[in-house]
Ligand binder design. Structure first.
Ligand code: CMC
Length: 430
């Protein structure tokens, strides 16, 4: 017999089924709660609310475990490419050699953006934040594929949109960067794979090809792979929420990009570097910044620390930290911000405030050091996160569309406003 949970309200007992995940996580199914009891639940920030059943990513924040389709993140980071990881997330299994070659080729074929779309960039100010540009462009992509923005696309059509998005997002990002520095766009090349093609569009000049350094390509590949999915985080939940109204995938992902932009989510990588620069420029007094973060009267936070689900070292941060060290060593770069980051981390991990709250470095703490070493400007950091998260967003949207029990996302609330009161004509208002 399946497990039940009993709830007693006014001496009346109600029973709710328990759902058990494959890793033995437990959830109380309260979908009939309001109908049977008249009550709803309230859960600020959805910290205890499961919004779906998902077979994509498993995460155990207490133990610091992260797996894509069951495969540990450490193995994916070591052996897989970003394109292969994307296939794994979207289609649920590692591709065969032919499937991988076809998938990769599709990204090359679909990489260029429509000439009309390139004109959009002219309308943005040079200082426009690339995340805003990216979100608008991704939503606008739908305008070029009217046949694909129907409410109920077929599996083949979803696959086509996925390829368009994955292929074009890096072109849009690279063009947004070129626009921001006032340089001409560089078109994608057919002979280059996903990550090198992105670096080429970012850093080649019309008459001067960017020289690929294998360690740079590899470091960027690792960072993208580590960002590829993270179950029901703020932006992925946004993608699912928007998609639950049967909005198309372009629109849903555009909304996800906006959610990711916030400094508490994907915008944190930009904030980390800006914070480290501030500490450095003010003489390196780490304790002053730690004290501010601990002060309950100050809203200041140490960016790159803490996580809603990790109450242990973020396994992604562990890998990125090592890669940052390796890359800087290989490139012969001595970045004082990396030294500062290591010292700050050491001080934070020893501090009782952070220990009690289980606040460890997260994925955003060291990723900026890698981007900076590659030459990517800070405003582009959240954009790099968006390129990385694209397969996870697509996989979650696809899973929701293909599930038989998906409903429009529509939370309830507890009303705490005014009781019923009468309309007062303007001449009688004080
Ligand atoms: N610096 C100082 N104090 C912190 C921090 C921090 N970075 N993060 C959490 N706290 C404190 C917080 O003040 C609270 O203290 P108290 O219990 O005394 O009120 C306690 O720790 C719990 O924090 P919370 O805000 O309830 O935790 P949350 O789960 O709602 O928020 C978070 C998670 C990631 C938004 C938060 O830790 C944070 O703001 N971190 C800094 C921003 C950041 O690095 N974000 C990137 C997250 S990783 C990338 C991603 O997946 O989005």
């Amino acid at each position: 017999m399946s497990e039940l949970v009993k709830l007693i309200i006014d001496e009346k007992t109600f029973e709710f089924p328990v759902i058990t995940g494959v890793e033995n996580e437990k959830a109380i199914d309260i979908s009939t709660l309001r109908k049977t009891t008249g009550y709803i639940t309230i859960d600020n920030g959805f910290a205890n609310t499961g919004s779906c059943k998902s077979a994509i990513t498993f995460l155990d924040g207490e133990k610091g475990i992260l797996r894509y389709r069951g495969i540990p993140i450490e193995q994916i980071a070591e052996y897989s490419t970003f394109v292969e990881t994307s296939y794994l997330l979207i289609y649920g299994q590692l591709p065969s050699e032919k499937q991988l070659a076809d998938f990769s080729k599709a990204f090359t074929l679909h990489a260029p953006i429509h000439n009309d779309m390139k004109k959009f960039f002219e309308g943005y100010p040079q200082s426009g934040h690339p995340m805003g540009i990216l979100s608008a462009m991704v939503c606008s992509l739908g305008a070029y594929y009217p046949e694909l923005i129907k409410p109920e696309p077929s599996t083949e059509e979803i696959d086509m949109i996925a390829v368009e998005l994955m292929a074009k997002v890096r072109t849009i990002c690279a063009h947004a960067y070129k626009k921001s520095i006032g340089k001409p766009f560089i078109e994608p090349r057919e002979d280059l794979q996903y990550v090198p093609n992105f670096l080429h569009m970012m850093f080649s000049e019309p008459n001067k090809d960017y020289i690929m350094i294998p360690e740079v390509v590899n470091a960027l590949r690792t960072v993208l792979v580590l960002h590829a999915d993270h179950e029901q985080n703020c932006s992925t939940s946004t993608v699912r929420m928007v998609g639950s109204s049967w909005a198309n995938l372009f629109a849903s992902i555009s909304a996800g990009i906006c959610a990711l932009w916030g400094p508490l989510h994907g915008g944190a990588n930009q904030e980390v570097i800006e914070m480290l620069e501030e500490i450095h420029n003010e003489g390196g007094d780490i304790q002053k910044f730690i004290n501010r973060a601990k002060d309950s009267n100050d809203t200041y936070r140490l960016m790159g620390f803490g996580h809603r689900v990790y109450k242990n070292y973020d396994p992604r941060a562990k890998i990125i930290k090592q890669r940052a060290h390796d890359l800087l060593k290989k490139l012969g770069i001595k970045d004082p911000l990396l030294d500062l980051a290591v010292t700050l981390e050491e001080a934070v991990l020893k501090d009782a405030y952070f220990q009690e709250r289980k606040l460890y470095p997260n994925v955003d703490f060291y990723s900026g050091i890698i981007y900076k070493a590659i030459g990517i400007p800070t405003t582009m950091f959240p954009v790099m996160f968006a390129i990385g998260r694209m397969p996870g967003w697509i996989a979650n949207w696809k899973e929701m569309k293909e599930s038989t029990d998906s409903r429009i996302g529509r939370p309830r609330q507890v009303y705490v406003g005014k009781k019923m009161n009468d309309y007062i004509p303007i001449e009688k208002r004080k």
